[in-house]
Design a protein around this ligand. Structure first.
Ligand code: F6R
Length: 611
C-alpha cells in the first residue's frame, strides 16, 4: 500500500532513495516519484513516472539537478485518482515550495479541498494527498514542523508522510497515524521508510513511529512530538533483519525463494518452542496469560486473505484438539457487524505484515469489548503486534513476494503450537502432545521432499495453463488449503479459480465442470479420504481432469486421477503444511508460463493498510 522513503544527511540522496524504492516496490507499483532539494540552487526538483520504479530510474538517469542531500521518494498503489503521472507522488503545494509523500487515505479530503479552493489553492491532481500538501502550505508561517502538526490536527484517516520545503533546506518532517513508518538513525544522517528493508543497508539503529508522532529531523538533530507538540521519547531498537534475507540470492523471484525457504523458515518458527521430552510447548509470549487462556470460553480468529485461510485451519485444530469453541471471521466483516464478545473470549489476529487495516480495526473492536487480544504476526514491532496483549511471532523472516507463502505455513505452525499449548493445559496428555510435536518437528524435512519434486510439478502445471477456470477441492483440514490454492492461482496467474469443500460441489458448482476442466483435489490420507475419492469420481465422470495431491504410497489414487503429486504422510491436523506446497508451486509455475510478473501481480500490493 505505497512505499515511502526519505533521506537527510551528507550523502547524495538519489541513489539511497532509488535503492529504497526498489526495496519497497512490493508495497505498490502503479507509479513512482522523487523530489530532491538541489544542492547547488536550493530548489526542489521533482519528477514522477507511471509504472515501475525502473521507469523513474530511467527518467532520472544522469540528471544533475537531482543531486542533493535531502529528498523524498514514493512508490504508489493507487487509491484516490487513477494511475497517472499527475496523481503520482510527491505532491507539491502552490505557495512555499514544499513537497509531500503519503501512504494512507485522508478521509475528509473532500471537505478540506473545498475549503482550500475557497482560499485560492489550485489543485492539479485527483488525490487526497495533494489536499494535505496544500493544507500544510496554507498553515505554513515559517515553521514546517508546526504547519505539519496543525494540518494533521485537521485530518481524519490514515497517513505516513514525509515533507520537505525549499524554505527550510535543513529539515525533514515525518509523521504517522495508521500507516507504518520508521526512522533509521545513521552517523549525521537519517533514513526514513515504510519498513526496515529500505533502512537496514544504512543503519541498524531505528525506531518505529507511534500513531500521531511527528518527527523533525535536521542533519544534526532529531526531535519527536505529537500533533499537539507535546514531546515524545522514541524507543530506539536494533534492527534484526539481515540484508541477505531481503535479496533474491540467485532465485528468479521472491515468491520462489520464499517457497523454497519454507523448511528453514519453519525450523526457525519452532526452534526452542517444542519441548518434546516434557511434552509441552514453550511459548514465552503467552506465558503471562496461560491461566486466562486455559479458562477461555471461545476463540475468535480474525484475518484477511491467506492469513484467514491459516486461521481457518487454526480454528479446526483448536476445536478438535483443545476442545475450545472457535470461529473465524474476515476482519473486515467482524469490525462492522456488532459482534457478540462474551466474557472469556480470546481474539487472535493473524497477519504477516501486522499492518492490515481491517485486521487491526477488528482487533481494536474486540479489545474494546473486553476480549483478550493475541497476535500471530510475522513483522516484529508492527502495529498489530504492538496493539495486542500478547502473541506469537512467526520468525519466518521477511516476506517480500506479494503472494504469501512462507507466512502461511508459519501461521499454521504458530497456530498448531498455540493449540498444543492450550490443549496440554486443558486435556491433552504429555505423550499425545509429544507425538504431535514430533510430527511438527519433522515437517521441514518433509516439505523439502516436496520441493525436490518442483520440476515435475512445473511440468504437470504446464499441461493445464491454457484453461481459464480451475477448481480446488478439499475436506476437513484441507478445505482451507483448497481456498488457499485457488487464491494463489488467481492472484498471480489471473486464472479464475474457486476453492470449496469437496462435498459442496454437488450443490451447484458441479455444473461448471466440462471436458478437461482442471480440478485439484487435496486427497491425502485422513478421516474423509473415502468421501474425497467419491468426489473425484463425480468430477471424472463429467469430463474434468483431476490433479490429486495425495499421500506417498497411495496407489489407488493413481488409477483415478490424471496426475498425482505425492506428499509425505503426516498427522492430519498439520497436513495443510505439506499439501499447500504443491499448490504454491503450481500457482508459481502457471504464472511464469503465462508470462506474468510473479512478484508484482497486477492491481495488488503487499500489506493492505487501507480499508
Ligand atoms: C495473498 C496475500 C493476502 C494477505 C492478506 C493479509 O497471497 O498475501 O491475501 O494474506 O492481505 O495480509 P497480512 O497477513 O499481512 O495481514
Amino acid at each position: 500500500m505505497c512505499g515511502i522513503v526519505a533521506y537527510i544527511g551528507h550523502r547524495n540522496a538519489k541513489p539511497i532513495l532509488m535503492e529504497g524504492l526498489k526495496r519497497l516496490e512490493y508495497r505498490g507499483y502503479d507509479s513512482a516519484g522523487m523530489a530532491i532539494l538541489e544542492g547547488t540552487t536550493g530548489r526542489l526538483r521533482t519528477d514522477r513516472a507511471v509504472g515501475r520504479v525502473a521507469m523513474l530510474e530511467e527518467k532520472l538517469e544522469g540528471r544533475q539537478e537531482f543531486e542533493g542531500t535531502l529528498g523524498v521518494a514514493h512508490t504508489r498503489w493507487a487509491t484516490h485518482g487513477g494511475v497517472t503521472e499527475a496523481n503520482a507522488h510527491p505532491h507539491r503545494d502552490d505557495r512555499h515550495g514544499l513537497v509531500l509523500i503519503h501512504n494512507g487515505i485522508i478521509e475528509n479530503y473532500a471537505a478540506l479541498k473545498t475549503y482550500l479552493q475557497e482560499k485560492g489553492h489550485r489543485f492539479t491532481s485527483e488525490t487526497d494527498t495533494e489536499v494535505l500538501a496544500m493544507l500544510i502550505s496554507e498553515l505554513y508561517e515559517g515553521d514546517l514542523e508546526s504547519a505539519v502538526q496543525g494540518a494533521l490536527r485537521e485530518v481524519t484517516g490514515a497517513y505516513a508522510i514525509a515533507v520537505i520545503c525549499e524554505k527550510e533546506p535543513d529539515t525533514l518532517v515525518v509523521a504517522r497515524k495508521g500507516s507504518p513508518l520508521m526512522v533509521g538513525i545513521g552517523q549525521g544522517e537519517y533514513v526514513v521508510a515504510s519498513d526496515a528493508s529500505a533502512i537496514v543497508a544504512h543503519t541498524t539503529q531505528a525506531f518505529a513511529l507511534d500513531d500521531y508522532n511527528v518527527v523533525k529531523l535536521t542533519r544534526s538533530s532529531l526531535s519527536t512530538s505529537d500533533i499537539h507538540n507535546t514531546p515524545v521519547t522514541p524507543k530506539v531498537t536494533q534492527l534484526e533483519i539481515d540484508l541477505q534475507e531481503i535479496e533474491l540470492g540467485g532465485y528468479t523471484h521472491f515468491m520462489l525463494k520464499e517457497i523454497f525457504e519454507q523448511p528453514k523458515a519453519l525450523r526457525a518458527c519452532v526452534s526452542g518452542r517444542l519441548d518434546i521430552r516434557e511434552g509441552r510447548v514453550v511459548l514465552g509470549g503467552l506465558a503471562a496469560y496461560a491461566k486466562e487462556l486455559t479458562k477461555t470460553r471461545r476463540i475468535v480468529l480474525t484475518a484477511q486473505g491467506t492469513a484467514l485461510h491459516a486461521a481457518m485451519i487454526g480454528r479446526y485444530m483448536i476445536e478438535d484438539l483443545a476442545k475450545v469453541p472457535a470461529q473465524t471471521e474476515y476482519a473486515s466483516e467482524f469490525r462492522y457487524r456488532n459482534p457478540v464478545i462474551e466474557e472469556g473470549t480470546v481474539v487472535i489476529a493473524v497477519s504477516q505484515s501486522g499492518e492490515t487495516a481491517d485486521t487491526l480495526a477488528a482487533l481494536h473492536e474486540a479489545r474494546e469489548r473486553g476480549a483478550l487480544a493475541l497476535g500471530v504476526i510475522n513483522v516484529v514491532g508492527s502495529t498489530i503486534a504492538r496493539d495486542t496483549d500478547a502473541g506469537v511471532y512467526l520468525r519466518v523472516g521477511p516476506e517480500i513476494g506479494v503472494a504469501s507463502t512462507k507466512a502461511f505455513t508459519g501461521q499454521v505452525t504458530a497456530l498448531s503450537m498455540i493449540t498444543l499449548f492450550l490443549a496440554r493445559k486443558r486435556l491433552m496428555s504429555a505423550d499425545q502432545c509429544a507425538d504431535l510435536m514430533r510430527e511438527l518437528d519433522q515437517v521441514p524435512d518433509k516439505i523439502q521432499r516436496i520441493l525436490d519434486q518442483a520440476q515435475r510439478i512445473a511440468r504437470i502445471t504446464e499441461r493445464y495453463i491454457e484453461r481459464e477456470n480451475w477448481l480446488f477441492l478439499g475436506r476437513g483440514y484441507n478445505y482451507p488449503t483448497a481456498l488457499e490454492g485457488a487464491l494463489k492461482l488467481k492472484e498471480i496467474s489471473y486464472i479464475h479459480a474457486e476453492g470449496m469443500p469437496a462435498a459442496e460441489m454437488k450443490h451447484g458448482p458441479i455444473a461448471l465442470i466440462n471436458e478437461g476442466m482442471p480440478a485439484v483435489f487435496i486427497a491425502n490420507r485422513g478421516r474423509q479420504y473415502d468421501k474425497v475419492m467419491s468426489n473425484i469420481q463425480e468430477v471424472r465422470s463429467r469430463g474434468g481432469h483431476v490433479i490429486a495431491v495425495a499421500t506417498e504410497g497411495d496407489e489407488q489414487i493413481a488409477r483415478l486421477a490424471q496426475d498425482v503429486i505425492y506428499v509425505p504422510d503426516v498427522a492430519e491436523p498439520i497436513s495443510p503444511l505439506l499439501t499447500v506446497v504443491p499448490l504454491q508451486l503450481m500457482a508459481y509455475y502457471a504464472a511464469v508460463a503465462r508470462g506474468h510478473d510473479v512478484d508484482k501481480p497486477r492491481n495488488l500490493a503487499k500489506s493492505v493498510t487501507v480499508e
